[in-house]
Design a protein around this ligand. Sequence first.
Ligand code: PLP
Length: 384
Amino acid sequence: MLLLTEYSAMQNIRYFDNAATTLIRKEALDAYNNTALEYMGNPSANHREGFKAHTLLEDCRKSIALHLNAKPEQIFFTSGATEAISIVFASLLWAKTPGEVIVSAIEHEAVLSWASILKEKGWNFRTIKAKGGFVNPEELKAMISRETKLIAVQAVNNVTGAIQDIPALVKAVREKEAELGRKIFFFSDSVQALGKIDLDLKKLDIDGASFSAHKISGPRGIGALYLKKGDIQSLAKAGGQEKGVRGGTENLPAIKAFETALDLCAASANDVKEIYDSVRSLLEDAGIKVLSPKENTSPFILSITTPLPAEVMTRMLIDEGFCVSSGSACSNNAKGKGEGVILAMGYTARDAAGTIRISFCHESNKEEAENLAKTIISKVRSFK
Ligand code: PLP
């Protein structure tokens, strides 16, 4: 069988859109195939094959929990981050009286799309600015009111790679909780953080988080929800799988592949930093404006802006075999949303219109990445 990395080399695909999705890595694909072939039972079934599948399911849960410094019973498998986020936001609909939700203005659409639903149900859905890419803890604290029930601030931004100061934000929320004498649920969409930056959920003291396997060279359609306390109302109770938080037969091959991909992340994280640093300095030295913050930023995502409209630049790069995303294409179905992130950071509409996102995976190749930077530089120079 042809490896996917070999396939992309044969097709001259030089892929730098890993924040959108990644190629599944060989080990994860093997784990998927082996599990699909060797585990015929449903983990809930009451026979030998069912017990065998149940054991593997719980082993994977333990292993993933260990990576996150969480307890296995705090991890619930879902079809991805969108579903994990939806379980948390939908749980608000059980509240007897609507309250207030505060989310950062640079959240992914999977979070922001809840605005219309919650507003329709009488909730106050507020967004907090992220000037320069970061939510300010004092500003957040000042915004919290007696009505605030849930706060959502992502761990790593999917357009710029900005790493939020989650410990400081949680501290601000906990102080306000003490003042109000009432609990506030702190949720952090951690899709772009998983396997890429340190994530110690116990230390972070957040109440919920979402994860997705396809951003870390695992399969698509599998992810997880972390809940500090699992007592959440859910629409999809079904047969009580995942303790009724997410019913339905667990996708065991994908879960095993997810666990395998996560296991392999830690080993290669430093190489990516080397690639990132090299590409960033090549671009900066050539006078190209980098939008990703200088500090507290993920080495997996680099956003730049050029005088060329992003769609034109991405087309030109496609002709050379490179896949990157235009600022708006991190969520192509919701065109312009990536630009929204750039504007919310305080950049101009022109900067937003020229935004290109380059994103790496654990298997990215340094030489190819440097070639990408050089190609961008030459396209910009020929445009002038
Ligand atoms: N949150 C962030 C920050 C993302 O980058 C993505 C992926 O695009 C999602 C949520 C949605 O993840 P999934 O595709 O697993 O539903």
